[in-house]
Design a protein around this ligand. Structure first.
Ligand SMILES: *Cc1c(COP(=O)(O)O)cnc(C)c1O
Length: 361
């Protein structure tokens, strides 16, 4: 089928790093995807071009008012050499949802999915194959109108860049220490918490810095009104196992609808576990930590899949969770998702999709 996405290949391919040297988001592939929006004309000119700088007038809207959204997904090299994306359709839909939240005109969801495939196909040689490695795909939409008035822009650019990334857990899954903050807030009802937007990350930095200075790895975010209800951890969704119940805060305004969150909830329900999407207070969690019923706690996100929590600090008290070790359910969830991603286990929900590599002329 002829593609509406044009391809211009680079004449100067870069040297590809060794799989063993990969970290996160430091090297980028040979190509990028671009598409433009102009009021009256709509989204147009989807294309894969050599990777390079975007030049912008200093008055470009995104540089001033932050009208920017992004997403993040991965492509995995399978044992037979083929390449599969994990939940591309869900990521495409979420990018559109984020666009809508920031008054950015939505794109055709199927074209977004095909844009992921087009960039990965063009840079297929960059998909690493060492265990635990993958190609991280970063679709981003920014306002490119040149103006200083505060209003939704009339021009946008959608771009995708890709980065080969190493195993998040080179030395095995490792628990982190997290600090619940009652001084900083990430998102509020009616705000942008449900959107994957640059602004939320800017809002998280000072709390993250404070947590690091206090010897913790991540911030546990509480709600912005009562400073009581657990929202998210760092830039991940949060889950915990108290007794025989697995609990995660419900979506509903301030929480990002994580694809990993959804995948893990689905697996646990498949396994017949008792899973609750309900509000849970920091006091309930601290009490469960003290009385020993808090068995496991973990964050979920595309980069790490799961990130076990070994210690939780709040108001000067620190509780250890599961002896500071990775719990059995956390480990099983990690192993199960990763096995589906690399094609080592059946994929009953059809979460992965193959990227067809065109035969070179
Ligand atoms: C991206 C993100 C997540 C995790 O979403 P995934 O789709 O699982 O990667 C969770 N919380 C926030 C705030 C995020 O930006």
């Amino acid at each position: 089928m002829p593609s509406d996405i044009s391809l211009t290949r680079t004449h100067s391919p870069k040297a590809r790093p060794d799989d063993s040297s990969l970290s996160f988001g430091k090297v980028f592939t040979d190509h990028m995807f671009l598409m433009d929006y102009e009021e009256g004309r709509g989204w147009h000119d989807p294309r894969v071009v050599p990777y390079g700088s975007l030049t912008m007038d200093p008055a470009t809207a995104v540089l001033h008012y932050g009208q920017a959204v992004f997403d993040g997904l991965k492509a995995f090299r399978q044992a037979d050499g083929s390449i599969r994306l994990f939940r591309a359709e869900r990521h495409a839909k979420r990018l559109n949802k984020s666009c809508a939240a920031l008054c950015i005109p939505e794109m055709d969801a199927d074209l977004i999915r095909r844009s992921f495939e087009a960039i990965v196909a063009a840079d297929h040689e960059w998909v690493p194959s060492a265990p635990g490695t993958s190609l991280y795909i970063r679709p981003t939409v920014v306002a490119t109108e040149v103006m200083l008035g505060v209003h939704p822009a009339h021009r946008y650019t959608y771009f995708i860049i890709c980065s080969p990334v190493g195993s998040y857990y080179k030395e095995g899954v490792k628990p982190v220490r997290i600090l619940a903050t009652d001084t900083h807030v990430r998102a509020v009802q009616g705000g942008l918490g449900e959107a994957k937007t640059a602004a939320n990350y800017a809002a998280s930095l000072s709390a993250q810095q404070e947590a690091e200075r206090a010897g913790y790895t991540q911030v546990l975010w509480l709600d912005g009104v009562e400073r009581k209800w657990i929202d998210e951890v760092g830039t991940m969704n949060i889950m915990m196992k108290i007794g025989d119940e697995v609990i995660t805060p419900p979506l509903g305004g301030t929480i990002l609808d994580g694809v990993t969150r959804n995948s893990i909830l689905t697996l646990m329900r498949d396994w017949g576990l008792k899973v609750s999407e309900r509000k849970i207070s920091i006091d309930e969690v601290m009490q469960a930590g003290r009385d020993g019923t808090l068995q496991e706690m973990w964050g979920t996100g595309t980069a790490a899949v799961v990130s076990p929590v070994g210690e939780l600090g709040y108001k000067g008290e620190t509780i250890r969770i599961g002896g500071g070790q990775t719990g059995p359910l956390t480990q099983k969830l990690y192993d199960s998702i990763v096995a589906i991603q690399y094609g080592r286990a059946p994929d009953p929900h059809g979460w992965t999709s193959e990227v067809k590599i065109p035969v070179e002329a």
